[in-house]
Design a binder for this molecule. Structure first.
Ligand code: NDP
Length: 386
């Protein structure tokens, strides 16, 4: 990368945020940091803001603003707090915004970044799942460039490069199957949060780790792929690939299948998005296929893991249904992590909320947020009545 570009990282203190900043740290002349944000990790955020010379640091939780201000005292870096400040920071119009907040909480700031028409490197899949049509219309309207960071979607993006989507027969999303892929139903019923966040291949935030264990991660990714790649739901499928080496594949009408392979390190897809349409170095160990030895594949089991079925049905219904699915899942995952419900109750609760709430399709961001709020309220009631 020859010229300096401006960068905002939404969710800078998280797993994707810190991996992004690790790449920036290795290429400091390539970037000028505009905004870094967090939810409540004020001290860590201030440390990063000082290290990268950010213009502004924002905590979404306003109660953490005094701690952020103290930690930034004398640095000349602006400090702000609350959801509106998050949106304002995202709207400063960095050339590249890495959207790495977890959950639908990232939707409004991501939309604000899209409205500035820059490059959005999207990790925050829940935002696209909840607001699919609204977000894609905004990308089109504002001339923004949406680059997928999720490893599967980044792989597909690379495999589609230079090809007409008309010629695609299948897009196949690979899934590790998570830590419980071989567990019986009886074991799943008793699975603990500590077991669920111990992913065999990837080091990720708690929420996506649980999503990986339930397979909701793959369900959300199916909906994400549906919006990102215009091939139609009938041409999207999922295959379990425990080694997480093949990150996804595209099969064309002539029988050619293109796949992207790489180490299980999110710095690879993040680097692909940051350097696009070029390439940049990463510190990741090269793929050693001889050491890996075997790549295996199998069909997903939608009886033990109903999440992918629920997500496919939600995508088929369209409109507000994916937003309901996402919100119900976020609440159920938080309740599971908090010890309030068992592991297998997560999908059961999502299905219950989906069957009790069918709002009309959202037309704009505030419609999506309203659906999200109501679905959360219904999901919370289920948690307390369990
Ligand atoms: P983490 O939990 O590690 O980090 C989340 C980040 O978002 C933190 O900076 C956190 O701040 C901030 N945040 C949390 N809640 C809020 C909120 N309500 N408002 C504003 N900011 C908030 O998550 P990950 O990095 O694992 O995941 C981020 C996104 O990327 C998710 O959508 C996930 O699905 C996606 N993704 C992640 C991958 C991974 O390998 N981790 C792979 C592919 C996609 P604080 O530190 O203060 O809590």
């Amino acid at each position: 990368m020859s010229s300096m570009r401006t960068l905002t990282v939404l969710g800078a203190t998280g797993s994707i945020g810190t991996s992004t900043l690790d790449l920036v740290r290795r290429n400091p002349e390539g970037w000028r940091v505009v905004a870094l944000t967090a939810h409540s990790s004020a001290i860590e955020l201030a440390r990063l803001a000082r290290e990268f010379g950010a213009e502004i640091a924002v905590v979404a939780d306003e109660a953490c603003l005094p701690a952020l201000r103290d930690a930034l005292a004398g640095s000349g870096i602006e400090a702000a707090g609350g959801p509106a400040a998050l949106v304002e920071a995202a709207a400063r119009g960095a050339q590249v915004t890495v959207a790495a907040i977890v959950g639908c909480a990232g939707l409004a700031p991501t939309m604000a970044a899209i409205e500035q028409g820059g490059v959005i490197a999207l990790a925050n899949k829940e935002a696209l799942v909840s607001a699919g049509d609204v977000m894609m219309a905004a990308v089109e309207r504002h001339g923004a460039t949406l680059l997928p960071v999720d490893s599967e979607h980044n792989a597909i993006f690379q495999c589609l490069c230079g090809n007409d989507p008309e010629h695609v027969r299948w897009i196949t999303l690979t899934a590790s199957g998570g830590p419980f892929r071989d567990w019986s139903w009886e074991r799943l019923v008793a699975a603990t949060p500590a077991e669920a966040v111990r992913h065999p291949n990837w080091d990720m935030g708690a929420k996506i780790s649980v999503d990986s264990a339930t397979m909701f991660n793959k369900g959300l990714e199916l909906i994400e792929a549906y919006h990102l790649f215009p091939v139609g739901l009938d041409h999207l499928r999922i295959i379990v690939h425990p080694q997480s080496v093949v990150h996804s594949m595209v099969e064309y009408r002539d029988g050619s299948t293109l796949a992207q392979l790489g180490p299980s390190d999110m710095r690879v897809p993040i680097a692909s998005a940051l350097a696009w349409p070029g390439r940049m170095d990463t510190p990741c160990a090269p793929l050693d296929l001889a050491a890996i030895g075997e790549l295996t594949f199998r069909s997903p089991d939608e009886v033990r893991f109903p999440a992918t079925r629920l997500a496919r049905e939600a995508a088929q219904s369209g409109g507000a249904v994916p937003a309901v699915l996402n919100a119900a899942n976020e609440i159920a995952v938080a309740a599971f992590l908090g010890g309030q419900i068992g592991f297998t109750r997560i999908a059961a609760q999502v299905e219950d909320v989906l069957s009790s709430y069918a709002p009309p399709p959202p037309d704009c961001l505030s419609d999506v947020l309203e659906v999200d709020g109501e679905a959360r309220a219904r999901a919370r009631l289920l948690v307390t009545s369990t």
